[in-house]
Every structure is written in structure tokens, then in C-alpha cells.
Write a protein that binds this ligand. Structure first.
Ligand SMILES: [Zn+2]
Length: 221
């Protein structure tokens, strides 16, 4: 296959496994209801290229042959599949933080809802209600609305992902970054569950304090 030709540090078999894993995670994300229609996009970095889901295809219908391959350095596609329109969000984030090897962006309902609440946009962060969320996500910021696919959105997201692993996009959804897809999936699911907790408790649940979250980090380090 064309996109297994880019040798950069890992061999073809590892690359093929990484691509198969990406396809499995795309299907899982749609089955879990974290996206609908053709929303959401997922990518992985191998060497100096990324494999990213294409534009206008539901994540549940992704196959290895439908993935777009893009140079991180030039931003140019290396095969004939058009990448997600949010390609710049992925590219700028990989360039901003070399520890990122996987990115998931979804429009999951509860996270998008909480990201659209005026109280949380600009300054405040989403509280942590559970230990798993407190450990992996912490206090999640919301960045102001920008047009999906725009350079402004890409730059805002990359600025946050340079420093932390997740961000909510006002009136849009969430983006997470991790060293592998499994960890990214954990993050995206934790965020959606935490956002759901916010709504089913009418925002009255007691969040973990900064000190409690700090204790968790010390306990599990
Ligand atoms: Zn989006």
C-alpha cells in the first residue's frame, strides 16, 4: 500500500499495526456514540507523517485504504485521499508538542453541551468529578468558538495542546492528544463521562479540589 512506504524509524509491520489500530479506534468511537454523521477526526503520527481520517466519511466506515497520509513538515498529502478539513488542527498540534503521537477530536453531546455554556467559555475550566478524570484530564479549559477547519481554531488548539492533553472547543466539541491512541481514547471517554455527570447532577455535584487532585497524582506516580 502506498502509505506504508514512508520509512521513518518504525518498520512496515509496526506501521501496518498502527494503521489497523487506528481503524479499530475509529469504529469504536462511532459505536460508543462519541460522533454522529461524518463528524470527528482521528490521527496518529509515525515518523514524520500522520495518518488521518478523510473528509466526509463517517468514522464507523473508515478502512485502511481511506486514510489520508500527510507530511508533518510540509502539510502536503502524500496520497490521493483528502484529509479531514481539520487537518491543520492536527498538524499544528503535532508540531507544537513532539510527545504527541495520537489525536482524537469528537463532537460528543455532553462535552459539546458543557463547552457551549457561557459560564465556562474564556476563563473557567470544567471541574473534575471523578478520580480517573482528575488524574488524566484535570481542570479542562474551554477555548472560544472559531470556525471549524480554520487556521484560528488550529492555532488555539495547538497552543493549549503544547502544554496539556485536552481542550474543549466552545459550541463544537473536544480534542485530546496522547502518546498513543489508547490513552487518547481514555481521555475522550473520561471527558464525555465527566460532562455527563455535570448535567445529570444539574451542576451541583461536588468537584474534586485542587488538593485532592494533587494527592491523586502523588499516590499514582
Ligand atoms: Zn469538529
Amino acid at each position: 500500500m502506498k502509505y506504508f512506504e514512508h520509512k521513518q524509524g518504525i518498520n512496515d509491520m509496526e506501521k501496518q499495526q498502527a494503521v489497523e489500530n487506528l481503524v479499530d479506534i475509529c469504529h469504536h468511537v462511532q459505536e460508543k456514540g462519541l460522533v454522529s454523521g461524518t463528524g470527528g477526526n482521528i490521527s496518529i503520527k509515525t515518523g514524520n507523517v500522520i495518518y488521518i481520517t478523510p473528509t466526509s466519511v463517517a468514522l464507523g466506515k473508515i478502512t485502511d485504504k481511506l486514510l489520508s497520509v500527510v507530511s508533518i513538515e510540509t502539510g502536503k498529502p502524500l496520497n490521493d485521499i483528502t484529509p479531514s478539513k481539520e487537518i491543520m488542527m492536527h498538524l499544528l498540534s503535532y508540531r507544537a508538542n513532539e510527545n504527541i503521537h495520537a489525536i482524537i477530536h469528537v463532537h460528543s453531546v455532553y462535552a459539546a453541551a458543557i463547552a457551549s455554556m457561557p459560564d465556562f467559555i474564556h476563563d473557567k475550566t470544567i471541574p473534575a468529578y471523578t478520580p480517573g478524570y482528575g488524574l488524566r484530564v484535570g481542570c479542562l479549559p474551554v477555548i472560544p468558538y472559531e470556525v471549524p477547519g480554520s487556521m484560528e481554531l488550529a492555532q488555539s488548539v495547538a497552543t493549549v495542546l503544547k502544554e496539556r492533553n485536552s481542550v474543549l472547543l466552545a459550541n463544537h466539541g473536544s480534542v485530546v492528544a496522547a502518546k498513543n491512541l489508547e490513552k487518547a481514547l481514555d481521555l475522550i471517554e473520561e471527558i464525555e463521562e465527566n460532562a455527563k455527570l455535570f448535567f445529570i447532577t444539574n451542576g451541583k455535584a461536588n468537584p474534586l479540589s485542587r488538593e485532592q487532585i494533587q494527592t491523586l497524582h502523588e499516590y499514582y506516580k
